[in-house]
Design a protein around this ligand. Structure first.
Ligand code: RIB
Length: 291
């Protein structure tokens, strides 16, 4: 069983501000920092740092070659990453003193996927393998349909949520890893328990992991529910915390750990990530994640 993460690679420009700008407001930043990022890259990095094996597929420009190098150095198999003339995706991030963030994306090369490129990647994977996707690149619907046809299990992190996610055939997804807001948009219902009940009705075979920020996370599959509290820390930057959680959860699941343990490792890793600046840069290695 192998995991291929078909996902975004971004250059993150982070602006440190006292409060995230309100509409109509102009503010100054205390610092401008540049980090590797992209939900796809962050999640591959987290899988590798958690001790999992992962292939990364996705597109960058020449300006993003350092992102590929970084993934390679972390042990991610990058043979499927493509380089095009378009510039690499970028994220413009405000991080305020509470650690909360606000992100504007410029898709760049992440939006240059074609059906041919998707087919080229998927032809290397088979029934029983896993495809991890997020919503920061085009062709997500095509990937879901083709992977499902091949019997590849689909893990969806529907982030950032928009109408493209809702247009996909989500009944083909095996595992949803999402936050409460994304869960609300998919089910049309609010409140963690209600969202999970409704997910069970809509997608009875799928496993759902709902992340609840400082309230922790909950796993649901059929009658089973496992709640995981968050670890309390002093937050510096929440960027990439969800990606750290996703990567650690999946790596531990693939390594055959019981779900309650997977959730603990994921929550602990995310709690360490938020004490550090940057998305990928804040992801701890497995030796640091002691539960
Ligand atoms: O989830 C965090 C990521 O979202 C950042 O690294 C940024 O690139 C955006 O994609």
């Amino acid at each position: 069983m192998r995991i291929v993460n078909f996902g975004s690679l971004n250059i993150d420009y982070t602006f440190v501000v006292s409060e995230i700008a309100r509409p109509g407001q102009t503010i100054s930043s205390a610092a401008e920092l540049c980090f590797p990022g992209g939900k796809g890259l962050n999640q591959s990095m987290a899988i590798a740092k958690a001790g999992g094996a992962v292939y990364h597929a996705g597109i960058i420009g020449e300006d993003g070659l350092f992102l590929k190098k970084l993934l390679e150095n972390a042990g991610v198999d990058c043979r499927f990453i493509k380089v095009v003339e378009e510039g690499t995706g970028k994220a413009f991030i405000q991080v305020e003193s509470s650690g909360q963030n606000c992100i504007v994306l410029s898709g760049g090369a992440n939006q240059k996927n074609s059906h041919e490129y998707c087919d080229l990647i998927l032809q290397n994977f088979d029934k029983g393998d896993y495809l991890l996707i997020q919503n920061e690149m085009n062709c997500m619907d095509y990937l879901i349909d083709r992977a499902y046809e091949k019997g590849i299990e689909i893990v969806l992190n529907p982030s950032p949520m928009d109408e493209k996610v809702l247009a996909c055939n989500l009944s083909k997804v095996s595992v949803f890893i999402m936050n409460e807001d994304e869960g609300e948009k998919i089910t049309g219902i609010s409140g963690p328990d209600k969202i999970l009940d409704r997910m069970g009705e809509m997608y009875p075979e799928a496993k759902t992991i709902l992340t609840l920020g400082s309230q922790g996370a909950v796993y649901a599959w059929k009658e089973e529910r496992i709640w995981q509290e968050s670890y309390k820390v002093d937050t510096v930057d929440t960027t990439g915390a969800g990606d750290t959680f996703t990567g650690y959860l999946l790596a531990n699941m693939m390594n055959g750990r019981p779900m309650a343990e997977c959730l603990k490792y994921a929550a602990k890793a995310a709690s360490i990530a938020v004490t550090r600046e940057g998305a990928a840069s804040g992801i701890p290695c497995k030796e640091e994640v002691i539960i």
